[in-house]
Ligand binder design. Structure first.
Ligand SMILES: Cc1cc2nc3c(=O)[nH]c(=O)nc-3n(C[C@H](O)[C@H](O)[C@H](O)COP(=O)(O)OP(=O)(O)OC[C@H]3O[C@@H](n4cnc5c(N)ncnc54)[C@H](O)[C@@H]3O)c2cc1C
Length: 378
């Protein structure tokens, strides 16, 4: 692996960092207070990113996207991770599973998503099927040449602002199929979800299907191939979580480092006390380790090497590291760390969900150990 960034990669990092610091950071306190991103604000962020030429950076150029390789896209995600999720979501990164669409579907879903005209969200989780997705109860049954969907999905991120959903349902007990479902389809309802401690303003939603009729043309990929397709296209979303965690941890660390250098108690900077300086040493070591794991996994994807274990390691380590670093950064700020005047209490709250979504820490450990044991027949 080459540890140096190319000119293009450095440009991506600098551009995203600059955008996040100048355009998004100033908006964060308001979003935290209100818990709402007004549609016109979201549209304005999207317009600026489109003008920058950085929209849909993960989608291949043949489909109109930015065509970044995995490593460069991971660097982009890392910088974007510094900012509030509720704002960063408008830096459109359509689900790359849309590349599996047929020509008709590409025209209706992928290309408009790449142009910033339509937004997607992805729905797998159900009230009774979280880690164990094979237990999903949401079904699609054949009726008169169409499909009739029934059931409920929950915890579906940013479905409130999505124009269409990529929904995984059981077409029989063992077969999972992905459907493209437009907002407004009769029998399909998007409702507000739960109030979460993490990522204020970034809503999760409940989806209800009641005899929702869809034609074959709405199946993404092949019937019954939903999980195979998800395994091909969606594993990289765990890597995005890892990268976002690294970026956010560096933001918390930068604040803690500066505070430790400036804040004086007992006649000296608090950073001079070993109790604080050793925390800083542990924080930066964890951040760099997570960064290297994450970029190494992205590099493996670019080399077309197996990367399932490495992606899970990055997601596991980076999300757990972020929780520690956010907590330590808050601790180093003392009482002020808890106050809404600084972003630390938010970074601390936001960190918590990273160990849960896109596969919990326990599930990542399961994937890692399975990858180790399977070749030995265990
Ligand atoms: C804010 C938020 C947004 C989300 N966004 C989306 C989204 O956009 N789309 C989507 O499809 N999903 C989304 N999710 C769902 C998320 O991926 C699930 O919450 C997650 O996979 C865990 O499922 P669960 O919450 O049902 O927990 P459960 O699966 O019920 O797990 C409960 C506990 O049991 C543990 N556990 C379960 N099985 C095992 C095992 N085999 N070994 C060891 N421990 C185990 C888990 O690690 C966990 O600690 C979101 C979740 C949240 C909180």
């Amino acid at each position: 692996m080459d540890f140096g960034l190319t000119h293009e990669q450095q440009m991506v990092v600098d551009t995203v960092r600059g955008f996040v610091e100048t355009e998004l950071y100033p908006l964060e306190p308001h979003i935290e207070r209100t818990g709402v991103v007004l549609p016109e604000l979201g549209a304005a962020i999207r317009r600026k990113v489109l003008d920058l030429g950085f929209y849909a950076p993960n989608i291949p150029t043949e489909f109109g996207g930015g065509g970044l390789d995995h490593l460069t896209f991971t660097l982009l995600e890392r910088e974007l991770g510094r900012a509030s999720m509720a704002l960063g979501v408008f830096w459109g990164r359509p689900s790359n599973i849309l590349c599996a669409a047929n020509e008709d579907q590409k025209a209706r879903y992928l290309y408009p998503a790449v142009r910033g005209e339509r937004m997607d969200a992805l729905a797998m989780t159900e009230p009774e099927a979280g880690s164990d997705l094979r237990g999903m109860k949401c079904t699609a049954r054949r009726a008169g040449g169409d499909w009739i969907l029934n059931g409920t999905k929950h915890f579906i991120s940013h479905a409130d602002i999505a124009d269409f959903l990529i929904v995984f349902v059981a077409t029989d007990t063992k077969r999972i199929t992905a459907f493209l479902v437009d907002r407004g389809t009769p029998g399909f309802e998007i409702r507000p979800g739960y109030r979460s401690v993490s990522h204020r303003g970034y809503q999760n939603c409940i989806l209800s299907f009641e005899d929702c009729r869809l034609p074959d043309a709405q199946i993404l990929g092949q019937e019954g191939q939903g999980f195979a397709m998800a395994n091909t296209w969606l594993h990289a979303t765990r890597l995005s979580v890892a990268a976002l965690c690294v970026g956010r941890a560096r933001r918390a660390f930068d604040l803690a480092l500066n505070y430790a250098a400036q804040r004086r108690q007992f006649g000296q900077a608090i950073g001079k006390f070993q109790g604080v300086s050793f925390q800083l040493a542990d924080m930066i070591t964890g951040i760099d380790a997570a960064d290297h794991l994450t970029l190494a996994a992205a590099w493996r994807l670019d080399q077309r090497l197996p990367a399932n274990r490495e992606i899970s390691q990055a997601k596991l380590f980076a999300s757990e590291m972020l929780s520690r670093v956010a907590d330590q950064a808050l601790q180093i700020h003392g009482g002020m760390g808890l106050m809404e005047d600084l972003p630390l209490e938010r970074l601390w709250r936001d960190a918590r969900v990273e160990r849960i979504w896109d596969g919990t820490s326990e599930i990542q450990r399961h994937i890692i150990s399975r990858e180790l044991l399977r070749p030995l027949g265990a």
